[in-house]
Design a binder for this molecule. Structure first.
Ligand SMILES: *Cc1c(COP(=O)(O)O)cnc(C)c1O
Length: 348
């Protein structure tokens, strides 16, 4: 796109580093990250390991690489990962689990991108020679395609317990774990405690330009480090980008509450628009999914008309759209987006 939309609710990946964040980046002390000699990267990893209650952490160029490195380290080719059918790793990682780890995916249905311990138990393979090994259970928190929903800590513990009782490992895709933390008031380490590996994305609502941090036991992270190198994720003077992550953890966590309030505000406003179907009470964090089919327009058409008014919201299917709030959109912005949507619905 040549011109930037005035109000960009396409994703919380659309945040731009602030002036203060850029200053922190410019002033970062750096070293050779590949040799573990970058002090800023080391500081960020120590912060995230502490935050997630793990022994060690690894800085990677993306959240996708956090999933893929973890999957590769937890499994062997031919193994199976149990995860939700709407997971990012199932749909948006270009077949990475198959291509990089050589695993099969056992996908589970369930409300809001979540599943139950009983579903995990029922999905376990028998261990007979003609079946693949069930090796890993992977959850998302918050769930992305599940609506930005926050897992209950007890439910996460119960899923992890079934996995561990049966010799499986556990992984948490915490791309938006800090949204779950702010929405629930529970510490990140509580959510992650049953999970052998967990990561947070610095480049979503936290507002940094690049990177994810994967955490786990010292032993697991040593294994993960091999695959970081193998996948080409080892960097050089990466303190430049890690500094943005440190800045984000120090300044941009508490303010996620504003994004959640703006998402609720947007959902309540569009709930009043004739032709828009949205469950405003289901909005827990920074995502609003809504159905536009009763406007008479398909979702891609509504997206195009919004864009013509300077508002970007993504179509996720023929009928449904997803709006994501973040630090570069304020309350006035979501109100204007809702008005633009109302104007389109009126003409449909
Ligand atoms: C964005 C996202 C990822 C991938 O993170 P990138 O930093 O974009 O590679 C993985 N999982 C979930 C749930 C996400 O939303």
């Amino acid at each position: 796109m040549s011109e930037r939309p005035r109000i960009d609710l396409f994703s919380d990946t659309q945040t731009r580093p602030s002036r203060a964040m850029r200053e922190a980046m410019a002033n970062a002390e750096v070293g050779d990250e590949q040799l573990n000699e970058d002090p800023t990267v080391r500081e960020l990893c120590a912060m995230v390991a502490d935050l997630l209650g793990k022994e060690a952490a690894l800085f990677l160029p993306s959240g996708t690489m956090c999933n893929e490195v973890a999957y590769r380290a937890h499994t062997r080719p031919g193994d199976e990962i149990i995860l939700h059918e709407t997971s990012h790793a199932v749909h948006y990682e270009a077949g990475g689990p198959a291509a990089l780890a050589g695993v099969t995916l056992r996908t589970l249905p369930g409300e809001k991108g979540m599943f139950t311990p009983d579903q995990v138990r029922a999905a376990l393979r028998s261990g007979a020679p003609h079946t693949q090994y069930s090796r890993l259970v992977s959850v998302e928190n918050t769930t992305n395609a599940g609506g930005g929903a926050v897992w209950d800590v007890g439910a996460l513990d119960a899923v992890a317990a079934v996995a561990h009782e049966n010799g499986l490992s556990t992984h948490m895709d915490g791309a938006r774990l800090m949204n779950a933390v702010v929405a629930s008031g529970r510490p990140a380490a509580d959510f992650a405690r049953g999970y052998d590996s967990a990561w947070i994305d610095m480049s979503k609502g936290l507002g940094a330009p690049v990177g994810g941090v994967l955490a786990g036991s010292r032993e697991f992270m040593a294994e993960a480090l091999r695959f970081k190198h193998q996948f080409g994720g080892a960097m050089r003077q990466a303190g430049i980008i890690a500094a943005a992550g440190i800045y984000a953890l120090e300044h941009n966590v508490g303010r996620l509450a504003e994004d959640h309030a703006n998402a609720r505000r947007f959902a309540r406003l569009i709930a009043q628009v004739d032709g828009i179907d949205v469950d405003a009470d289901a909005v827990e964090t920074n995502m609003v999914f809504f159905d536009v089919s009763r406007t008479g327009f398909g979702a891609p058409e509504v997206a195009a008309r919004l864009l013509a008014q300077g508002v970007r919201i993504g179509a996720v299917s023929d009928r449904r759209m997803r709006a994501v709030t973040h630090l570069d959109v304020d309350a006035a912005g979501v109100e204007e987006a809702a008005r633009a949507l109302a104007r389109i619905a009126e003409t449909g």
